[in-house]
Design a protein around this ligand. Structure first.
Ligand SMILES: [Zn+2]
Length: 165
């Protein structure tokens, strides 16, 4: 048993590496090549067939099944996202920046327009995440790449809303 630290993948964002590690994905040459493809085109999506063609063009000897499995695993651990295009073909694209923003993203903020105090809605959990995810997914369907969603609400805080009488 070796205690040697596994080498990090150069050029791969640490959050992607930690996801892969958490999912037990080994850092094989194939994994690295596949990630390289998606990191190189952050706004685009690739089908299985396109990814295979690009990898083969780069001289990587990978068979279809291995690639399919790898793409599925990367999608499964949230590194890639998968969407069906108009032809009902799965397209893969890098998911992490967006999904990270959803998970760690700013909590919805409320600003009182009267006293301009800011409140964070710490209890707006799951439903906000779902809504945020929907927004990013809608953008992605249009081919855009959303990085971050800020939810801000304006109104009157409880202090200012108290009846003046
Ligand atoms: Zn106020």
């Amino acid at each position: 048993m070796s205690l040697r630290p596994r080498p990090a993948l150069p050029g791969v964002p640490p959050e992607i590496q930690s996801r892969m590690e958490a999912a037990g994905l080994r850092r094989t040459l194939a994994t690295r090549a596949v990630l390289g493809l998606f990191l190189a085109r952050p706004a685009g999506g690739l089908t299985h067939a396109q990814a295979l063609a690009l990898l083969t063009a780069r001289g990587l000897d990978i068979n279809r099944v291995t690639l399919y499995r790898l793409l599925d695993r990367l999608a499964g651990c949230g590194v890639l996202q998968r969407q069906a295009d108009d032809a009902r073909t799965w397209r893969f694209s890098l998911a992490l920046p967006a999904s990270r923003a959803v998970e760690e993203g700013a909590l919805p903020r409320f600003e009182c327009d009267a006293c301009h105090r800011h409140f964070e809605l710490t209890e707006a959990g799951e439903s906000t995440r779902v809504a945020t995810h929907d927004l990013l997914a809608a953008l992605a369907r249009l081919g855009h790449h959303g990085e971050r969603v800020d939810v801000s609400i304006h109104g009157t805080c409880s202090g200012c809303a108290e009846p003046a009488a």
